[in-house]
Structures are given as C-alpha cells and as structure tokens.
Design a protein around this ligand. Structure first.
Ligand SMILES: [Mg+2]
Length: 225
C-alpha cells in the first residue's frame, strides 16, 4: 500500500484570506490587537508555530495552553463563517487527481497539514474535498510538521486495521517545510508551486518530484507508480 499525504493550504486549496480573517478576528476579540495574523508569514507553518510567532510579535512572550484553547474556540466558528462567506479556490487538477487516486486499491489518501484538525476539516469541506480523506496529521497533533506527518502515518495504519503494510509514503506540499519535514519523516517528497513559493525556490530544497501544478493527471500519476 502507498500512503499519499497532502498538505492543504496552497496545495489542495486557497481560502482566499478566510483563515487569516478568522485568526485576526479571534485576536481582535480577545486581545484587542488588529491584523495580528496578517503580520505573520504563515506559509508552511503549523498553527502552534504561527500562534507562537504572533505572541512573540505582539506581546514578546510565548502563549499558554489555556490561551491557545481560548483562541481556537473563537477561531473555529469564525473560520466556518468566513469560509461560508467567501469562495474557496481549489488548485488546478486537484478534483480529478483526488477522484482518480481515491479509486485505487493500492493507495490510501490522508492530509498532513499545519492546521488544527477542526480547521482542516472546515477548509476541506468548503472546497468539497473532505470526502476523499478519512484521517491525517494536524497542527493540533504537534507543532512539528515532521511529527504530524509521522502521526498521519500512524493513523493510516490504524485506518487499515494494521492489515496492510505501507510500502511508501508521499508528502505533497507547496512549501520548503513540506519538502524538508517530509524527507525527515522518511517520505518521498513532491513539491508543487501553487502556493507562495516558486518552482525555483522549491527546487533548492531538492524534492524528489516537482510540478508547477498538478493539472496534468497522466504525468502526476506516473510518480506514484
Ligand atoms: Mg501549504
């Protein structure tokens, strides 16, 4: 069995600022600071790391677990609202790629994302892509992308009732973080330049495969053979 782990933001979809607006609103609501999330370069980072950077930026200190819970409690309904009120963009080729991969008996699909789990499912639902995924590794599992990739792998085994061996894991993502942490987790890495990094920038991190986008189904499918 092959395990394919997809990053969400910039790889499967773009929420067109809904995630940023939801996080900004949560910070504004609790701390009265505006545009807290806008000031951070969040691409490829996990939610706990983003939170840490915002706290350092605004308050010059780290956050407590209670503060994170309080923020997430507001962020989740705000994210639901913001994604309902705006268009989520699905990246080129993704619907037919997922359709094709989902039908394969020798492959299992999951997500490996820095989003906390509830946020990840909201984003996937807003793009109509949630039905292709049953499990994943999330920012709520670990601040480390490497660890959440390993967590996704554990859940994949769980999902298959430990009946099948995972022969190969692929990590597909749009940032150097996906490539470097995917490699560290022992995965075959696939870079795709549909997010905020160009193909040239991603190439510097030597992914096993690299694409401008995943639109050419035939060529993309070949790398998983
Ligand atoms: Mg991404």
């Amino acid at each position: 069995m092959k395990l394919l782990l997809f990053d969400i933001d910039g790889t499967l979809l773009l929420t067109n600022g809904a995630g940023t607006r939801a996080a900004n609103r949560a910070f504004e609501n609790i701390y009265g600071v505006s545009e807290a999330m806008t000031k951070i370069d969040a691409a490829g980072k996990t939610d706990p790391i983003i939170l840490q950077e915002i706290f350092m930026n605004e308050f010059n200190r780290d956050y407590s677990p209670e503060e994170a819970q309080e923020l997430y409690k507001l962020y989740i309904p705000f994210l639901e609202e913001e994604t309902n009120n705006s268009e989520t963009t699905v990246m080129p080729g993704i619907p037919s790629l997922l359709e094709s991969l989902s039908s394969r008996e020798d492959m299992v699909l999951g997500v490996a994302t820095g989003n906390i789990e509830q946020g990840a499912w909201i984003k996937l639902r807003s793009a109509g892509l949630d039905t292709h995924f049953k499990f994943g590794g999330f920012g709520s599992d670990s601040h480390s992308r490497e660890h959440l990739i390993l967590k996704a792998k554990e859940r994949a085994k769980d999902h298959m009732n430990y009946n099948t061996d995972i022969k190969e894991t692929f990590v597909i993502g749009d940032t150097p973080f996906d490539i470097n942490h995917g490699r560290a987790a022992g995965a075959v890495t696939v870079g795709v330049a549909t997010g905020s990094y160009s193909k040239t920038e991603l190439e510097e991190h030597r992914p096993d495969h690299i694409f401008n986008d995943l639109n050419n189904l035939k060529i993309v499918l070949e790398i998983f053979e």
